[in-house]
Design a binder for this molecule. Structure first.
Ligand SMILES: NC(=O)C1=CN([C@@H]2O[C@H](COP(=O)(O)OP(=O)(O)OC[C@H]3O[C@@H](n4cnc5c(N)ncnc54)[C@H](OP(=O)(O)O)[C@@H]3O)[C@@H](O)[C@H]2O)C=CC1
Ligand SMILES: O=C(O)C1=N[C@H](C(=O)O)C[C@H](O)C1
Length: 264
């Protein structure tokens, strides 16, 4: 039995993660962490779940009072970083979906995991299809070095570009020599028109109500183009990746960045 705590349990992702844990016989939901005091028990958000799992509002109290193996972290960049650090220092393996960590923060957390001989996963996207999109994009970039990313999300999202877009750009940069794209003399007559610049690769962020999580990686070459697209229509699409992560971190020490590293 893997003992699990979930942060951000009232959120769009956290509430799905709670359902995953409650419905898996190999898992025990030990506690959840909320933010505002607006929700006092799990039954309010999971009416079907007759459970008396304790709700904490302070992460320090959660670690002081409960023993568990895995922390599923789904909050906001700043808070998520603090929670992940605390988990590792308590030798609890974090499975982090929260996006917006800086490369320096990820490196620091990886060093902490090694020092504490603890497992962990930071996965900017838990959807297996999104991981395939990233891998296919990396394969294509070897032959099509001119590429732009358009990520499209719901308008409640806090970070831009998305963690998925950043990870895709990082994976592409492993095979694509850094270079600026577009006309050398191009100018933006409106700031931001050409998007964010990652080693010359441009990333465009769309935020609209009605969207969930979508990304297109567009490649262009003389006389041809290639588009690789992934769509999450429902947050259930992320849960098989969360499960893979939980099962992985409990038996593998070291903090892994990217679900691609643990898929066959
Ligand atoms: N890796 C992946 O596959 C995916 C990752 N994400 C990422 O997951 C994160 C959460 O996304 P989403 O569920 O849509 O966001 P929501 O806004 O729906 O949920 C955020 C949760 O964090 C809680 N929270 C906010 N501030 C604090 C705080 N100071 N202390 C403790 N808890 C806090 C909120 O509590 P309250 O309701 O009380 O304010 C809420 O439960 C984001 O970083 C997002 O980018 C999202 C989808 C997929
Ligand atoms: O905030 C979201 O919704 C999502 N966030 C992740 C990201 O930033 O890439 C994963 C997915 O795209 C949904």
């Amino acid at each position: 039995m893997i003992k699990i705590a979930v942060t951000g349990y009232t959120g769009r992702m956290g509430s799905e993660a709670v359902k995953l844990v409650l419905n898996d016989e190999a898992y025990e939901l030990v506690a959840v962490l909320g933010h505002s005091a607006k929700h006092q028990n799990l039954n309010e958000i999971n009416a079907y779940a007759e459970t008396d799992v304790p709700v904490y509002h302070e992460i320090e109290t959660l670690f002081a009072k409960e023993q568990f193996d895995v922390l599923i972290e789904l909050t906001t960049p700043e808070v998520g970083y603090k929670h992940t650090k605390l988990a590792l220092s308590h030798r609890v393996a974090p499975v982090v979906g929260t996006t917006g960590f800086t490369p320096a923060q990820i490196e620091e957390l990886q060093a902490l995991a090694l020092a504490n001989e603890t497992g962990g996963l930071i996965a900017p996207n838990f959807a297996v299809g999104a991981v395939l999109m990233m891998k296919f994009a990396q394969m294509a970039a070897k032959y099509f070095p001119d590429v732009e990313i358009t990520e499209l999300h719901h308008d409640r999202k806090l970070d831009a570009p998305s963690g998925t877009a950043v990870k895709t750009a990082e994976m592409i940069a492993e095979v694509r020599p850094a270079h600026e794209q577009g006309h050398p003399d191009e100018t933006e007559t409106m700031p931001g028109a050409r998007g964010a610049n990652y080693e010359g690769l441009r990333i465009h962020s769309v935020r609209l109500p009605g969207l969930i999580a979508h990304q297109e990686v567009l490649f262009g070459a003389s006389g041809q183009g290639l588009t690789i697209r992934h769509d999450s229509y429902d947050r259930a699409s992320f849960m098989s990746g969360v499960k893979l992560g939980v099962d992985y971190v409990t038996v593998h020490p070291g903090l892994v960045y990217g679900l691609d590293n643990i898929l066959d």
